[in-house]
Design a protein around this ligand. Structure first.
Ligand code: LLP
Length: 414
């Protein structure tokens, strides 16, 4: 049986543990994660790419809770960090500096200095200016820094515009035609070792064709740069593999591998992947309780939860769909409802026109596939303390991040 969250006779269950029991003990809102589901996703992806030398650098931005990072590291995952903070968290989770790639537009001098001093696997540089600054820092430290150039290939990833990153009009990467020149410049620059090419087209990709096109672009560039005498060690295809939030189908890891591997193999380079969402989204649920119910004539039925945009901002930010269901469904019928949060904004809606069946105040409600870009994008808006997080593993469960308190929040203030 597949690991993770499934409905059984007595309600929602995760790997043999009743979700209702955890929620009663820990309270709401709470994020629950299935370690087994994360392992399954990692192993499936890793096996799909078995035919080519590759390394999976988990993108911490999707969810960097230490307990989950430790699960991934134990499986052989490496790390992709997008800030100095994520580098620190990766190190604390036990990733070696040489297993970390550092991506991200707008890296500060402090972040570049940290990266240069650590000896990361690669700093993915986003512009000629960033390369110059990194070179200066490396020379000042007397170090050599391994760099990859992030290419903007001008490829449409067919995803939500907020999370599409590979078009010419986006702030990310170096335009294709400037990459060979930048590479020659890097080679001439003391302190930097150009070792790779990087691309990230966007996130939640449901079509592998753009990923195949990006792999082809990197392979062609590698050849061009190699002809100029520079050896490319690795091609980094970024992340982006989508998941099925609704009843649709997302591309399988096998389809992903089949699409990109021909070009990578021809280039004869080591493949780096930076998946985030596909490894953790299906492994997590957010659970809240019904705080109030409203049904007035001429207005929809509102199911008002004790959780909303402060815990999961994806629906309001991207119009994202997440399945929603009662932890212990009640028998019978009820009109479709607006599933909303308690925050002071109409946009604080988790799901529109949903059939969650009859519910009563106090019932626990699960929002599915919330393991990626949920907790990491949480906020304290309305002075709401952040949710607790629970890891379910090997038939047991434990709180891996306690619920924030108002004292935690105020501890930083005068
Ligand atoms: N590598 C780079 C350079 C990235 O920018 C990202 C995601 C990834 C890897 C991981 O991509 P994934 O495999 O997770 O698609 N908050 C948005 C998603 C933003 C993604 C940003 N970059 C959401 O909730 O949908």
């Amino acid at each position: 049986m597949a690991a993770g969250f499934v409905y059984r006779e007595h309600g929602l269950n995760c790997d043999g543990v009743a979700v209702a029991d955890i929620v009663s003990a820990v309270g709401t809102p709470v994020y629950l994660y299935s370690a087994a589901r994360v392992r399954e996703a990692f192993t499936t992806l890793d096996r799909a790419f078995a035919a080519a030398p590759h390394t999976i650098h988990y993108a911490l931005k999707a969810n960097s809770t230490l307990a989950l990072l430790r699960v991934l590291r134990a499986l052989g995952a490496h790390a992709d960090a997008n800030s100095g903070g994520e580098i620190d968290v990766a190190l604390r989770a036990g990733f070696e500096p040489g297993a970390i790639v550092f991506t991200g537009v707008g890296k500060t001098r402090e972040e570049l200095t940290k990266a240069a001093g650590l000896g990361l696997k690669a700093v993915n540089v986003e512009s000629a200016g960033e390369a110059v600054r990194l070179g200066e820092i490396a020379r000042a430290l007397g170090r050599r820094v391994r760099v990859a150039v992030r290419v903007n290939p001008d490829i449409d990833a067919h995803t939500h515009t907020h999370i599409a990153t590979g078009r010419r009009g986006n702030k990310f990467g170096v335009p294709l035609e400037h990459v060979p020149g930048l590479f020659r410049d890097l080679r001439a620059r003391d302190g930097l070792d150009p070792v790779g090419l990087h691309v990230h087209l966007g996130s939640q990709l449901l079509d592998v064709a753009p990923l195949a096109a990006a792999a082809r672009v990197l392979a062609n560039l590698a050849r061009e740069v190699r002809d100029a005498g520079i050896r490319i060690e690795h091609l980094d295809l970024g992340g982006g593999l989508g998941v099925a939030y609704d009843d649709g189908v997302a591309p399988s890891p096998a389809a992903y591998a089949e699409a990109v591997l021909p070009a990578i193999r021809e280039a004869g380079a080591h493949l780096v992947l930076e998946p985030g969402r596909a490894l953790v989204a299906p492994a997590g649920v957010l659970v809240g309780r019904v705080a109030d119910l409203k049904a007035y004539p001429g207005s929809p039925r509102f199911v008002i939860l004790d959780t909303g945009m402060t815990e999961l901002i994806r629906p309001m930010l991207y119009g994202a769909f997440h399945r929603i269901g009662a932890v212990v469904p009640r028998p019978g019928e009820a009109p479709v409802s607006e599933i909303v949060g308690p925050l002071c904004e109409t946009s604080d809606t988790l799901g529109r026109e949903r059939a969650v069946g009859p519910v009563e105040v106090g019932d626990a409600i699960a929002v599915f596939d919330a393991g990626a870009y949920g907790m990491v994008m949480a906020s304290n808006y309305n002075r709401r303390p952040m949710a607790a997080e629970v890891l379910i593993d090997a038939g047991g469960w434990r709180v891996v991040r306690r619920r924030q308190t108002i004292d935690d929040l105020l501890a930083l203030e005068e």
